[in-house]
Design a protein around this ligand. Structure first.
Ligand SMILES: N[C@@H](CCC(=O)N[C@@H](CS)C(=O)NCC(=O)O)C(=O)O
Length: 248
């Protein structure tokens, strides 16, 4: 079988990717030890769905982090959730939806729609796109993201309402984690990778967001981020340097 090739958006601030979905897939690969070649893409346009991440698995191009993970679990016969009960597996799907279909969009709003974050965004998320293409692409990308935010619904709310929606999700996460090391006990599962990937992309990045203080105030979420990072990314420097880092 040809080596698995994984395309992800660039890393910054000690994270292998500024995209929570790319980081989730990367964390899954770390947890399961599936051999792969990581390629940094400057934009998501090369993906089959116009979104990152995507992979080439034995000649087949696949998009969507969750669909990719489902396929990899079967092909490589790995399952980071094998210790979970049926109830926990059901809860895992609900947490994934909370993270990816709701809280993610509050993060997108903060990154793209807060004027104080615009320069940071151009130099980070869009930072690997060469000038002057970046200057032309940035306003186009912003319009496209705003349209997605409105279509999804988060973008129809005020800043204050979005912060309140995010606060409810973050409180729910904190309450589910409670005093455990990971969401389903002492062993990590894919849910931890999913939650870590979004929370780290809020907490460890330079973007200004009211969610940072919410994560801090929750008391158990910063230790969770630190714990997951220490277990799966003990040496972020070497991880960031890994792979051919080819621009798309
Ligand atoms: N459901 C997809 C979502 C992927 C996604 O939204 N990726 C973002 C980066 S965080 C992206 O590529 N956005 C580009 C766009 O929508 O134009 C997955 O799980 O992979």
């Amino acid at each position: 079988m040809a080596p698995l090739i994984v395309y992800h958006l660039p890393g910054r601030w000690g994270l292998p990717s500024v995209s929570p979905f790319c980081l989730k897939l990367d964390a899954f690969l770390q947890m399961t030890g599936i051999p792969h070649e990581a390629v940094t893409a400057a934009t998501p346009f090369g993906g089959p769905k116009g979104k990152a991440p995507w992979v080439i698995l034995d000649g087949e191009t696949l998009g969507d982090s969750s669909l990719i993970i489902e396929r990899l679990k079967t092909v490589y016969n790995v399952d980071p959730d094998q210790h979970l009960s049926r109830t926990a597996r059901g809860t895992a799907v609900a947490i994934e939806r909370l993270i990816e279909e709701n809280l993610y969009w509050a993060m997108v709003f903060d990154r793209w729609c807060r004027p104080e974050n615009w320069d940071i965004l151009k130099n980070s998320i869009l930072g690997d796109i060469p000038q002057p293409v970046r200057a032309l692409l940035a306003p186009f990308a912003k319009r496209s993201v705003k349209k997605q935010l409105e279509g999804q619904g988060m973008g129809l709310h005020s800043k204050k309402e979005i912060a309140a929606i995010a606060a409810r999700d973050i409180k729910a996460l904190s309450e589910m984690l409670a005093g455990q090391s990971y969401f389903f006990g002492e062993l990590p599962s894919l849910t931890d990778a999913t939650v870590y990937s979004l929370l780290a992309n809020i907490y460890h990045v330079d973007f200004s967001s009211p969610m940072k203080a919410m994560i801090e105030d929750a008391q158990n979420l910063v230790p969770f981020i630190t714990r997951f990072k220490a277990a799966h990314y003990p040496d972020p420097g070497s991880r960031l340097a890994a792979g051919p880092q080819a621009a798309q």
